[in-house]
Design a protein around this ligand. Structure first.
Ligand SMILES: C[S@@+](CC[C@H](N)C(=O)[O-])C[C@H]1O[C@@H](n2cnc3c(N)ncnc32)[C@H](O)[C@@H]1O
Length: 299
Protein backbone atom coordinates (compact mmCIF):
# COMPACT_ATOMS: atom_id res chain seq x y z
CA UNK A 1 0.00 0.00 0.00
CA UNK A 2 1.22 3.50 -0.83
CA UNK A 3 2.05 5.80 2.07
CA UNK A 4 -0.26 8.77 2.67
CA UNK A 5 0.88 11.85 0.81
CA UNK A 6 -0.12 15.45 1.34
CA UNK A 7 -0.13 18.36 -1.06
CA UNK A 8 0.53 21.91 0.12
CA UNK A 9 -0.54 25.15 -1.49
CA UNK A 10 0.76 28.64 -0.80
CA UNK A 11 -2.07 31.08 -1.39
CA UNK A 12 -2.80 34.76 -0.86
CA UNK A 13 -4.12 35.56 2.59
CA UNK A 14 -7.88 35.92 2.17
CA UNK A 15 -8.03 33.65 -0.88
CA UNK A 16 -7.91 30.30 0.96
CA UNK A 17 -11.60 29.60 0.24
CA UNK A 18 -11.06 30.46 -3.42
CA UNK A 19 -8.36 27.83 -3.80
CA UNK A 20 -10.37 25.23 -1.88
CA UNK A 21 -13.25 25.85 -4.26
CA UNK A 22 -10.91 25.57 -7.24
CA UNK A 23 -9.69 22.14 -6.08
CA UNK A 24 -13.27 21.01 -5.57
CA UNK A 25 -14.50 22.40 -8.87
CA UNK A 26 -11.66 20.90 -10.91
CA UNK A 27 -12.26 17.54 -9.20
CA UNK A 28 -8.62 17.09 -8.29
CA UNK A 29 -8.36 13.94 -6.12
CA UNK A 30 -7.35 15.93 -3.05
CA UNK A 31 -9.16 15.90 0.27
CA UNK A 32 -8.90 19.07 2.29
CA UNK A 33 -6.82 18.49 5.41
CA UNK A 34 -5.51 21.66 7.05
CA UNK A 35 -5.55 25.39 6.58
CA UNK A 36 -3.90 28.38 8.15
CA UNK A 37 -3.63 31.91 6.87
CA UNK A 38 -1.94 31.68 3.45
CA UNK A 39 -1.32 27.92 3.52
CA UNK A 40 -3.46 24.85 2.82
CA UNK A 41 -2.84 21.12 2.76
CA UNK A 42 -4.78 18.30 1.13
CA UNK A 43 -4.55 14.53 1.42
CA UNK A 44 -3.72 13.12 -2.01
CA UNK A 45 -6.20 10.41 -2.98
CA UNK A 46 -5.00 9.58 -6.49
CA UNK A 47 -2.79 6.73 -7.70
CA UNK A 48 0.29 8.52 -8.96
CA UNK A 49 3.76 7.78 -7.64
CA UNK A 50 5.50 10.71 -5.94
CA UNK A 51 7.54 11.43 -9.06
CA UNK A 52 4.45 11.40 -11.27
CA UNK A 53 2.57 13.56 -8.78
CA UNK A 54 5.36 16.16 -8.74
CA UNK A 55 5.26 16.29 -12.53
CA UNK A 56 1.49 16.62 -12.55
CA UNK A 57 1.56 19.45 -9.99
CA UNK A 58 4.25 21.21 -12.00
CA UNK A 59 1.97 21.35 -15.02
CA UNK A 60 -1.25 22.27 -13.27
CA UNK A 61 -2.38 25.80 -13.77
CA UNK A 62 -3.89 26.95 -10.48
CA UNK A 63 -5.69 30.29 -10.56
CA UNK A 64 -5.54 30.86 -6.80
CA UNK A 65 -2.28 29.32 -5.56
CA UNK A 66 1.18 30.79 -5.90
CA UNK A 67 2.84 27.39 -5.45
CA UNK A 68 1.70 23.79 -5.07
CA UNK A 69 3.89 20.86 -4.09
CA UNK A 70 4.28 17.72 -2.02
CA UNK A 71 4.54 18.05 1.76
CA UNK A 72 7.66 16.40 3.12
CA UNK A 73 8.07 16.78 6.90
CA UNK A 74 7.71 19.09 9.90
CA UNK A 75 10.73 20.84 11.37
CA UNK A 76 11.56 23.27 14.15
CA UNK A 77 13.67 25.49 11.89
CA UNK A 78 12.85 27.05 8.51
CA UNK A 79 14.10 25.55 5.29
CA UNK A 80 15.26 28.44 3.15
CA UNK A 81 13.70 28.21 -0.28
CA UNK A 82 16.37 26.58 -2.41
CA UNK A 83 16.70 24.54 -5.55
CA UNK A 84 18.50 21.25 -5.95
CA UNK A 85 20.18 22.02 -9.27
CA UNK A 86 20.80 18.35 -10.08
CA UNK A 87 17.12 17.41 -10.05
CA UNK A 88 15.60 20.88 -10.48
CA UNK A 89 13.58 20.43 -7.28
CA UNK A 90 12.59 23.43 -5.15
CA UNK A 91 12.48 22.98 -1.37
CA UNK A 92 10.61 25.49 0.77
CA UNK A 93 8.98 25.76 4.17
CA UNK A 94 6.05 27.60 5.72
CA UNK A 95 5.76 28.56 9.39
CA UNK A 96 2.41 27.02 10.24
CA UNK A 97 2.55 28.10 13.88
CA UNK A 98 5.31 29.79 15.88
CA UNK A 99 8.40 27.58 15.74
CA UNK A 100 6.79 24.89 13.54
CA UNK A 101 7.81 24.77 9.90
CA UNK A 102 6.27 22.50 7.27
CA UNK A 103 8.71 21.62 4.55
CA UNK A 104 7.66 20.77 1.02
CA UNK A 105 9.09 20.24 -2.41
CA UNK A 106 7.95 20.96 -5.93
CA UNK A 107 9.23 21.25 -9.46
CA UNK A 108 9.46 24.79 -10.90
CA UNK A 109 6.57 25.92 -13.11
CA UNK A 110 7.75 25.86 -16.70
CA UNK A 111 8.52 29.15 -18.40
CA UNK A 112 8.21 31.41 -15.35
CA UNK A 113 10.45 32.57 -12.55
CA UNK A 114 8.15 32.35 -9.53
CA UNK A 115 10.66 31.80 -6.74
CA UNK A 116 10.74 35.44 -5.65
CA UNK A 117 6.97 35.61 -5.54
CA UNK A 118 6.00 32.54 -3.56
CA UNK A 119 6.57 34.21 -0.19
CA UNK A 120 6.45 37.82 -1.37
CA UNK A 121 4.44 40.32 0.63
CA UNK A 122 1.62 41.93 -1.33
CA UNK A 123 2.76 45.23 -2.76
CA UNK A 124 0.38 47.64 -1.03
CA UNK A 125 3.26 49.82 0.07
CA UNK A 126 5.90 51.44 -2.08
CA UNK A 127 6.48 54.13 -4.68
CA UNK A 128 3.55 53.74 -7.06
CA UNK A 129 0.29 55.67 -6.80
CA UNK A 130 -1.62 52.43 -6.22
CA UNK A 131 -1.41 48.71 -5.55
CA UNK A 132 -1.68 48.18 -9.30
CA UNK A 133 1.87 49.49 -9.84
CA UNK A 134 3.07 46.41 -7.93
CA UNK A 135 0.56 44.14 -9.57
CA UNK A 136 1.90 45.13 -13.00
CA UNK A 137 5.51 44.72 -11.85
CA UNK A 138 4.77 41.28 -10.42
CA UNK A 139 3.12 40.11 -13.66
CA UNK A 140 5.91 41.44 -15.88
CA UNK A 141 8.66 39.95 -13.69
CA UNK A 142 6.95 36.57 -13.41
CA UNK A 143 6.33 36.29 -17.14
CA UNK A 144 9.65 37.85 -18.11
CA UNK A 145 7.87 40.24 -20.51
CA UNK A 146 10.34 42.32 -22.54
CA UNK A 147 8.61 45.67 -21.86
CA UNK A 148 11.42 47.74 -23.34
CA UNK A 149 11.00 46.00 -26.69
CA UNK A 150 7.30 46.89 -27.00
CA UNK A 151 6.85 50.10 -29.02
CA UNK A 152 3.37 50.73 -27.58
CA UNK A 153 1.34 49.13 -24.78
CA UNK A 154 -2.44 49.41 -24.68
CA UNK A 155 -3.91 49.49 -21.19
CA UNK A 156 -7.65 49.00 -20.82
CA UNK A 157 -8.99 50.25 -17.49
CA UNK A 158 -6.00 52.49 -16.88
CA UNK A 159 -7.18 54.91 -14.15
CA UNK A 160 -5.82 56.06 -11.79
CA UNK A 161 -2.55 54.92 -13.35
CA UNK A 162 -0.29 52.64 -11.31
CA UNK A 163 0.02 50.13 -14.14
CA UNK A 164 0.57 52.76 -16.82
CA UNK A 165 3.21 54.38 -14.67
CA UNK A 166 5.05 51.10 -14.27
CA UNK A 167 4.95 50.52 -18.05
CA UNK A 168 6.08 54.11 -18.74
CA UNK A 169 9.11 53.62 -16.51
CA UNK A 170 10.40 51.06 -19.02
CA UNK A 171 10.52 53.85 -21.61
CA UNK A 172 7.71 52.51 -23.76
CA UNK A 173 4.70 54.44 -25.08
CA UNK A 174 1.40 53.73 -23.29
CA UNK A 175 -2.17 54.34 -24.41
CA UNK A 176 -4.62 54.18 -21.52
CA UNK A 177 -8.36 53.71 -22.00
CA UNK A 178 -10.61 54.70 -19.10
CA UNK A 179 -13.48 57.12 -18.66
CA UNK A 180 -12.15 57.97 -15.19
CA UNK A 181 -9.45 60.53 -14.38
CA UNK A 182 -5.81 59.55 -14.71
CA UNK A 183 -3.13 60.55 -12.22
CA UNK A 184 -1.17 63.68 -13.18
CA UNK A 185 2.06 61.68 -13.23
CA UNK A 186 0.69 59.80 -16.24
CA UNK A 187 -1.02 62.75 -17.92
CA UNK A 188 2.19 64.80 -17.81
CA UNK A 189 4.31 61.97 -19.16
CA UNK A 190 5.32 62.63 -22.79
CA UNK A 191 4.82 58.97 -23.73
CA UNK A 192 1.32 58.64 -22.31
CA UNK A 193 -1.94 59.17 -24.19
CA UNK A 194 -5.33 58.96 -22.48
CA UNK A 195 -8.41 57.89 -24.40
CA UNK A 196 -10.95 59.14 -21.89
CA UNK A 197 -13.81 56.87 -22.87
CA UNK A 198 -15.36 53.60 -21.78
CA UNK A 199 -13.99 50.70 -23.78
CA UNK A 200 -17.33 50.15 -25.52
CA UNK A 201 -16.98 53.52 -27.30
CA UNK A 202 -13.38 53.16 -28.46
CA UNK A 203 -12.98 53.19 -32.24
CA UNK A 204 -10.07 52.38 -34.57
CA UNK A 205 -9.75 56.10 -35.18
CA UNK A 206 -9.14 56.70 -31.46
CA UNK A 207 -6.12 54.43 -31.63
CA UNK A 208 -4.96 55.88 -34.96
CA UNK A 209 -1.59 54.80 -36.35
CA UNK A 210 -0.58 53.45 -32.92
CA UNK A 211 -2.71 50.37 -33.40
CA UNK A 212 -0.06 48.96 -35.75
CA UNK A 213 2.57 49.18 -32.98
CA UNK A 214 0.63 47.52 -30.16
CA UNK A 215 2.25 44.20 -29.21
CA UNK A 216 0.91 43.97 -25.68
CA UNK A 217 -2.56 44.60 -24.24
CA UNK A 218 -3.07 44.74 -20.47
CA UNK A 219 -6.62 44.74 -19.10
CA UNK A 220 -7.83 45.52 -15.57
CA UNK A 221 -11.39 46.83 -15.65
CA UNK A 222 -13.81 46.51 -12.79
CA UNK A 223 -16.41 44.91 -15.00
CA UNK A 224 -17.82 41.38 -14.91
CA UNK A 225 -15.01 39.16 -16.29
CA UNK A 226 -17.10 37.98 -19.27
CA UNK A 227 -17.86 41.58 -20.20
CA UNK A 228 -14.30 42.74 -19.68
CA UNK A 229 -13.03 39.95 -21.92
CA UNK A 230 -15.64 40.50 -24.61
CA UNK A 231 -15.07 44.26 -24.80
CA UNK A 232 -11.28 43.87 -24.87
CA UNK A 233 -11.35 41.20 -27.56
CA UNK A 234 -13.42 43.48 -29.80
CA UNK A 235 -10.21 45.49 -30.33
CA UNK A 236 -7.96 42.51 -31.08
CA UNK A 237 -8.72 42.25 -34.85
CA UNK A 238 -7.45 45.84 -35.22
CA UNK A 239 -4.01 45.03 -33.80
CA UNK A 240 -1.78 43.42 -36.45
CA UNK A 241 1.30 43.20 -34.18
CA UNK A 242 -0.37 41.77 -31.08
CA UNK A 243 1.69 39.14 -29.23
CA UNK A 244 0.75 39.24 -25.55
CA UNK A 245 -2.56 39.78 -23.78
CA UNK A 246 -3.17 39.77 -20.05
CA UNK A 247 -6.37 40.35 -18.17
CA UNK A 248 -7.17 40.62 -14.47
CA UNK A 249 -10.39 38.74 -13.83
CA UNK A 250 -12.38 39.82 -10.79
CA UNK A 251 -13.77 36.88 -8.85
CA UNK A 252 -15.63 38.56 -6.00
CA UNK A 253 -17.53 35.37 -5.14
CA UNK A 254 -15.92 31.93 -4.78
CA UNK A 255 -18.52 30.59 -7.24
CA UNK A 256 -16.96 32.74 -9.98
CA UNK A 257 -14.23 30.10 -10.26
CA UNK A 258 -16.61 27.96 -12.29
CA UNK A 259 -16.32 30.34 -15.25
CA UNK A 260 -12.52 30.55 -15.44
CA UNK A 261 -12.16 27.66 -17.87
CA UNK A 262 -14.65 29.34 -20.18
CA UNK A 263 -12.56 32.53 -20.37
CA UNK A 264 -9.53 30.49 -21.31
CA UNK A 265 -11.52 28.79 -24.09
CA UNK A 266 -12.67 32.19 -25.36
CA UNK A 267 -9.05 33.32 -25.69
CA UNK A 268 -8.07 30.08 -27.43
CA UNK A 269 -10.90 30.54 -29.93
CA UNK A 270 -9.68 34.07 -30.55
CA UNK A 271 -6.34 32.61 -31.66
CA UNK A 272 -4.11 32.56 -28.57
CA UNK A 273 -2.40 29.17 -28.54
CA UNK A 274 -1.03 29.46 -25.00
CA UNK A 275 -3.06 30.58 -22.00
CA UNK A 276 -2.15 30.40 -18.32
CA UNK A 277 -3.49 31.53 -14.99
CA UNK A 278 -1.39 33.18 -12.30
CA UNK A 279 -1.97 34.30 -8.76
CA UNK A 280 0.17 37.34 -8.00
CA UNK A 281 1.14 38.44 -4.46
CA UNK A 282 -0.87 41.68 -4.82
CA UNK A 283 -4.03 39.96 -6.01
CA UNK A 284 -7.14 40.17 -3.87
CA UNK A 285 -10.22 38.28 -5.06
CA UNK A 286 -8.94 38.17 -8.61
CA UNK A 287 -6.61 36.23 -10.86
CA UNK A 288 -4.52 36.90 -13.96
CA UNK A 289 -5.16 35.19 -17.29
CA UNK A 290 -2.22 35.55 -19.65
CA UNK A 291 -2.40 34.62 -23.32
CA UNK A 292 0.32 34.48 -25.95
CA UNK A 293 1.33 32.79 -29.22
CA UNK A 294 -1.35 34.66 -31.09
CA UNK A 295 -2.20 33.19 -34.49
CA UNK A 296 -4.42 35.59 -36.36
CA UNK A 297 -5.60 33.03 -38.90
CA UNK A 298 -7.26 30.99 -36.14
CA UNK A 299 -9.46 33.91 -35.21
C1 LIG B 1 -8.89 48.30 -10.91
S1 LIG B 1 -9.16 49.82 -11.68
C2 LIG B 1 -7.82 49.90 -12.80
C3 LIG B 1 -6.54 50.24 -12.17
C4 LIG B 1 -5.51 50.71 -13.15
N1 LIG B 1 -5.11 49.66 -14.08
C5 LIG B 1 -4.30 51.25 -12.44
O1 LIG B 1 -3.23 50.71 -12.62
O2 LIG B 1 -4.44 52.24 -11.71
C6 LIG B 1 -10.47 49.49 -12.74
C7 LIG B 1 -10.76 50.57 -13.75
O3 LIG B 1 -11.65 50.05 -14.71
C8 LIG B 1 -12.31 51.17 -15.24
N2 LIG B 1 -13.47 50.74 -16.01
C9 LIG B 1 -14.63 50.21 -15.56
N3 LIG B 1 -15.45 50.00 -16.59
C10 LIG B 1 -14.81 50.41 -17.71
C11 LIG B 1 -15.17 50.47 -19.08
N4 LIG B 1 -16.35 50.06 -19.50
N5 LIG B 1 -14.26 50.96 -19.95
C12 LIG B 1 -13.04 51.37 -19.53
N6 LIG B 1 -12.65 51.34 -18.23
C13 LIG B 1 -13.54 50.86 -17.35
C14 LIG B 1 -12.66 51.99 -14.01
O4 LIG B 1 -12.94 53.33 -14.37
C15 LIG B 1 -11.40 51.83 -13.17
O5 LIG B 1 -10.56 52.93 -13.33
Amino acid sequence: MQETRYIYAIVNIGNEAWFKKEVQFKKWPWKFSFSTSGYLTFKYEGNLSEKELLLELQNMDPSFARAIGVFQNKASAPHEQNIDEAVGMIFESFEVKPGEFWIGKRLPRPGVIDRNQVFAIAGDKGDGPSRTFHKAREAVELLGLPLKSFPTILELGSAPGGTSLYFLESGTEVIGVDAAEMDQQCLKHPKFRHIKKPIQSVTREDLGQALKRIEFVSVDMNLMPSRSLKESLRLVPWLPSLKHFMITLKTSRVEDIEYLQRYRTTLKKQGFLKTRYFQLPSHRHETLLYATDFKRDRA
